[in-house]
Each structure stands twice: as C-alpha cells, then as structure tokens.
Design a protein around this ligand. Structure first.
Ligand code: FAD
Length: 365
C-alpha cells in the first residue's frame, strides 16, 4: 500500500532565525499566505534563532538601528554605559517580529532530509514522522549547530577543559583559573573581555587580530562587506574598513584593552597534558581552553541531495546568488558572504531574503 502523498505547499523555509523570518516577511509581502502557501519550520521550541543560545553578556556589534530586519526597526536600545544591545534584546525582537507578521512557524520541527522526486516535481522536506512537499525550499539553518574545531596535536590528551565559544555561558565557571582564549574575532575579544575579569587569561590567534577604530562599528562593516562583494562581482580590487571578522570596540572590549588584557600571542603549535606549547618550546599552564574558532554552515539536512562542494561551499548562483546550482529548487539564505554580502548579519540578511523571494515569486508565476 503506497503511503499517502505528503501535504504540499509552494515554499518550505527551514529555520526561523533572522534569515528564515526575513524570508517569511517577503513571502508574505509577495502575497503568499503563511501556513497555506508557505511553511516555516524550526527545530527550536522557542523563537529567537541561535541568539537564544549565545552567552548572556554578548553585545551586538552595531546599534539597534543598524540591526533591523525588513519591515520593522529593532526597538531602540539606550544604554550609553554598556553600548549596543545585548543578546536578550535580539531574542525579544525576533520573537515579536515573528508574532507581528503572523508567520505561523511550526516548532519544534527538525528537518532531517530534503529529497527529490515526489512525482509532481516537488522537493520533500522530511522530519521524524512528518513530511511536507514544496515547489521550492529555502534553507536558513544558520551555523550555530556546526561549531568549527581546528585540530592541534595534543588536544585529545590535554587534561584541562576544552570548550567551543558556542558552549561558553559566562566567566563565573573560570574564577581563579588560567584560561587560554583561541581566536582573532569578535567572539574571542568579547569572551576574553569577560573571562579576564575572573581569571588569568592568555589570548592566542593564528593571525594578529584586527581592531576597528573605536568610532567604527558594525554598520561600517556592513557597508564594507557590501562594497567588497560588489567590487569582487565587478572584478575590481576592494580595500576598505575591514571585514566582519574585524573586532568592533564595544565597551567591554575597550575596557579590556584599558586593563591591558587585550594582547594576543601567536598561536601555539600543540597542547601537552597541562598546557599549551609554542614552536620555540615555550609553554604555559592552562586549566581551560576556549576555542572561539567560528562556525560552518549547518547543512546536514541537505546531505540526502548529495550536492557537490566547491572550495568548501555549495555552489550557488541565480539572480539572488542563493539558488543551489545542483538543485535549483533549493535556496540557501543567511550563511555569509558566499550567499550574499553580510547575509549572516541582522542588517545584511534582509537584502538577500528580498532578492531570493523575488526570484521564487517570479518562478511561481
Ligand atoms: P540562526 O540564528 O542560527 O537560526 C537558524 C534556525 O534554524 C535556528 O532557530 C535553528 O534552531 C534552526 N535550525 C537549524 N537546523 C535546523 C533543521 N535541520 N531543521 C529545522 N530547524 C533548524 N550578527 C549581527 O548582525 N550583529 C552581531 O553583533 C552579531 N554577533 C554575533 C555573535 C556571535 C557569537 C555569533 C555566532 C554570530 C553573530 N552574528 C551577528 C551573526 C548572525 O547574526 C547570527 O549568527 C545569527 O544567529 C544568524 O541568523 P540565522 O537566521 O542565519 O541563523
């Protein structure tokens, strides 16, 4: 007996973080009805995307006005002493954004596979016991569930604690310890700023960290990322204020600099059972190592499509630069510059969602 065909819709969006919500905003604005013409699924039980899992002290690297999704500005955050909005303000904004546009996110709904050929030329998104078929699928699953761990000799035998920035929750658990913070980006700088108030810290990075001037913040980075991708697309060189990996001098990081805690050493070459060792043999004891070494796109649910990789990424193209070349009914939104300039930021994802939905609506017509 053949199993009944899964329910069908026009578009399924996998992920209801900022990328999925921005996509839902434009689908709805394009006349599609949430829950009927498009369905957004998310495996978390609560709204807010990965912002709900980031450490409590995390601050945005741009002001609320420059961290808004399409349609509704992020409510202003006025706290001159602490600077930009905290993580909780973003979770609240995304929660209210989802309600405001009545996007009807189905949660918890974990997409475990996307398959071709349901007969009507649709793709089928499958969860444990459920499936939905659709003309088009947008994957907006972010990177949080794919933390990147580099490999260094001695990691398996190091007797201290090792954790990724994704599992960092605050400085209290490191009081009185010697903590090594690895990485040269915003996460490393903000975590170092916190931990250095509770513990002895050593900061190491494989390249000298780049600090933005105190009066430059995320909005400048967004403009620079946009200009850089535009220049690359036009075959021009681009050198402007840094990239999204450059460190924004939020107040906690400025304070750490003033305390002399913001000095990065070159990267060590290995760990031994109780510390880190540099190439010249110098070593330092460590009770814990926090790897602020970034993330990779969370695309496990697409394995079933056996998409090829090119330079580590899934080749994309089309009018919005988000259509998967090996399966052009699938779109990738919000994964970083390779899917649209600054698309992995609150301010940047709106443009890439807008252009992706315009392409989908055109093809639906
Ligand atoms: P996410 O927020 O990760 O949302 C993806 C959603 O998809 C999640 O809800 C997840 O539960 C769900 N999901 C994943 N897999 C599945 C699946 N298989 N099935 C169903 N649902 C699934 N950006 C800024 O603009 N300003 C900043 O200051 C800033 N600071 C950052 C600091 C840190 C530490 C990090 C890591 C990132 C920061 N970013 C910042 C970048 C970016 O805004 C965030 O990474 C943001 O979370 C990306 O949103 P997203 O919607 O792409 O992904």
């Amino acid at each position: 007996m053949t199993s009944p065909a899964p329910p069908s819709t026009k578009v399924v969006v996998i992920g209801a973080g900022q990328a999925g919500l921005a996509t839902g905003f434009y689908l709805r604005r394009g006349g599609l009805v949430p829950g009927k013409d498009f369905v957004i699924v998310d495996n978390a039980t609560e709204p807010g995307g990965s912002w709900q899992h980031m450490w409590p002290g995390l601050r945005l690297f741009s002001p609320s006005t420059f961290s808004s999704l399409p349609g509704w500005m992020m409510p202003t955050w006025n706290d001159a002493k602490h600077g930009y909005p905290p993580r909780s303000h973003v979770v609240d904004y995304l929660t209210r954004y989802e309600e405001r546009y009545e996007l009807g996110v189905r949660r918890p709904w974990l997409a475990t596979a996307v398959n071709r050929e349901t007969g009507q030329g649709e793709l089928t998104v499958t969860s444990n016991a459920r499936s939905i078929s659709a003309r088009f699928v947008v994957s907006a699953t972010g990177t949080w569930t794919a933390p990147f761990w580099p490999t260094y000799p001695g990691m398996p035998t190091f007797e201290g604690r090792q954790l990724h920035a994704a599992d960092y929750h605050g400085p209290a658990e490191f009081v009185g310890q010697h903590v090594v913070v690895v990485g040269g980006g915003n996460s490393a700088a903000q975590i170092l700023a916190e931990v250095s108030q509770a513990a002895v810290t050593t900061w190491v990075s494989s390249r000298p960290p780049r600090f933005l001037p105190d009066d430059v913040d995320g909005r400048d980075l967004f403009m620079a990322a946009t200009a850089r991708v535009k220049a690359l697309n036009e075959g021009r060189e681009h050198s402007g204020v840094g990239g999204l990996g450059d460190i924004v001098m939020v107040p906690t990081v400025v304070d750490a600099r003033d305390r002399g805690a913001l000095k990065a050493e070159p990267m060590f070459t290995r760990l031994d059972h109780s510390g880190i060792v540099w190439s010249d043999g110098a070593r330092e004891h460590a009770d814990a190592v926090i790897w602020c070494t970034g993330f990779r796109p969370s695309l496990r649910h697409l394995r079933s499509l056996q998409l090829r990789k090119s330079r580590g990424y899934t080749p994309v193209g089309g009018p919005a630069g988000t259509r998967v070349l090996d399966e052009d009914r699938l779109y990738l939104v919000g994964y970083g510059d390779w899917t649209g300039p600054a698309s992995a930021t609150l301010i940047g994802v709106g443009r890439t969602a807008r252009d992706t939905v315009a392409d989908i609506l055109h093809r639906l017509d």
